[in-house]
Design a binder for this molecule. Structure first.
Ligand code: NAD
Length: 484
């Protein structure tokens, strides 16, 4: 049986306690994981602090960037190993891990390695009313030791999305991957060693949130900032834990994202795009659309087409190239999603398709598969329309006017992403600018340029990462004013 250990100061170390890593496709145990206790989290933070003042801290930007490119090379060299580990941990289809998760990990390091070399800062020629001249310019310094806490849905992609800009900015990190998906963060340590990233720069502590490694990290007085992706409620708990030491936080949290489908859309594109937006990764992407609003003229036609797509999904074994719908991440998460399937009916929903658990007659029946599901007929105030479910499910409601569509889309405490489907260019711009979210797509979904700002409004997060926004979060700026 495999063992995933903590990685502290360049060494793999066991834990006093441990837990099982479960394969969501059949419920089997695939590895044991060493849980870090408070003393080990402390050691990891100490190692990260020391590393700031060692070889890493003395490297110039060009050399730092070169090592991050070597790290991307080392990830690509281990491509199959990362894909295998990610598929085993998450149950996601192998084509998705090979086309999205693992390639993006390497790209994350390359993008921020290149960006840090050209990231300039403003300077100001200053003149006071009494005629004194001065020059103001800012210098960028690392923030220090960054606590990185990540979820299970896109484990390596989201971890490297934070580790890459943190390291590019000269920081050191202690990462706490999700207890559900410990593998790829651990394997990344081997790639770090090969790329010549000095010991102590990248540390991994495994465990849970409250009373475990997650909480020990957020409360640690010597951690300078926390970057977190996960549920909004967890974000609130982390904010509280980080408050006594006034740590800066960057939060990428949950969503209840809307899609607006206008009658003038290209229907094939909209149905295909929204089939991805609702069902990709079994609906376990923060950007997934769980609320779909369709102009009444094409309401029935759209529902039939999306239903056809849902029913043609293939919930196979994750390693089968033809599989395009994996299981949910865990038994516990399936209980949560099924509770919403039950609630939807209690709230008066009409089930267009799905609503239950598929039967296979093989070991997948011990896994956490669930049917892709479409509902209609709920009131906008229904809990299933208001709360994030995080499964392969959406509710479709009709609208009669652009104003009504915009009002329904914005009637949420979340504000991560929206997508708009129309061939009217002016409408696309007009509606996009009215969305109270961090990211709006027009006639596409999940199309990402890593230089653009990424983040959410309201319960969906605090701050923006991506491009220069990441570098600004992971840097301390020192403004220097020189009297001339
Ligand atoms: P989660 O909040 O349960 O856990 C995320 C991480 O936080 C895990 O590593 C967990 O161990 C840790 N954690 C939990 N409680 C903690 C605490 N009190 N202190 C410190 N650490 C703690 O989230 P999840 O279930 O792993 O992920 C799903 C959620 O993530 C969904 O809500 C989804 O929308 C969100 N998400 C958001 C984005 C985004 O970019 N906005 C991306 C992916 C996922």
């Amino acid at each position: 049986m495999k063992l995933f250990q903590n990685y502290i100061d360049g060494r793999f170390v066991p834990g006093k306690r441990g837990f099982a890593d479960i394969n969501p496709a059949d419920g089997s145990t695939i590895a044991h994981v060493a849980e870090a206790d408070a003393a080990q989290v402390d050691e990891a933070v100490h190692a990260a602090r020391q590393a700031l003042h060692g070889e890493w801290g003395r490297l110039g930007i060009r050399e730092r960037a070169a090592r991050l490119h070597s790290l991307a090379d080392a990830i690509e060299k281990r491509f199959d190993c990362f894909v295998h580990a990610e598929v085993a941990d998450t149950g996601k289809p192998v084509w998705l891990a090979s086309r999205l998760d693992v390639p993006r990990a390497a790209v994350n390091f390359r993008v921020f390695a290149d960006l840090i070399k050209i990231a300039g800062l403003e300077s100001f020629q200053t003149e006071t009313p009494d005629g004194v001249q001065a020059l103001n310019y800012a210098v960028r310094k690392p923030l220090g030791v960054i606590g990185v806490i990540t979820p299970w849905n896109l484990p390596l992609l989201l971890l490297t999305w934070k580790v890459a800009p943190a390291l590019a900015s000269g920081n050191t990190v202690v990462v706490k991957p999700s207890e559900e998906t410990p593998a790829t963060a651990t394997i990344l340590a081997e790639a770090m060693e090969e790329a010549g990233i000095p010991r102590g720069v990248y540390n991994v502590v495994h465990g849970f949130g409250p009373g475990s490694a997650g909480e020990f990290l957020t409360q640690h007085p010597d951690v300078n900032a926390i970057t977190f992706t996960g549920e909004s409620k967890t974000g609130a708990a982390i904010m509280k834990a980080a408050a006594p030491t006034v740590k800066p936080v960057s939060f990428e949290l949950g969503g209840k994202n809307a899609a607006l489908v206008f009658a003038d859309c290209n229907l094939d594109d909209a149905v295909k795009g929204l089939s991805d937006a609702v069902f990709l990764n079994t609906g376990q992407v923060c950007l997934c659309a769980e609320r779909v609003y369709v102009e009444r003229k094409i309401f029935s036609q759209f529902i039939e087409a999306l239903k056809g797509r849902a029913e043609s999904l293939n919930p196979g074994w994750p390693n089968d190239e033809k599989t395009n719908l994996g299981p949910l991440i865990s038994a516990q998460h399936r209980v949560k999603v099924l509770s919403y399937y039950k609630l939807a009916k209690e709230e008066g929903a009409t089930v267009v398709t799905g609503g239950g658990v598929p039967q296979f007659g093989d070991k997948r029946d011990h896994g956490f598969y669930i049917q892709p599901t479409i509902y209609t007929g709920l009131r906008e105030s229904a809990r299933c329309v208001k709360e994030e479910i995080f499964g392969p499910v959406c509710h479709i409601a009709p609208f009669d006017s652009e104003e009504e569509a915009v009002a329904m889309a914005n009637d949420t405490n979340y504000g991560l992403a929206a997508s708009i489907w129309t061939t009217d260019l002016k409408r696309g711009h007009r509606v996009a600018q009215q969305m109270t979210v961090g990211i709006t797509w027009v006639n596409c979904w999940f199309l990402r340029d890593l230089r653009t700002p990424f983040g959410g409004v309201g319960l969906s997060g605090i701050g923006r990462e991506g491009g220069i926004h990441s570098l600004n979060f992971y840097s301390e700026l020192n403004n220097i004013c020189i009297r001339l």
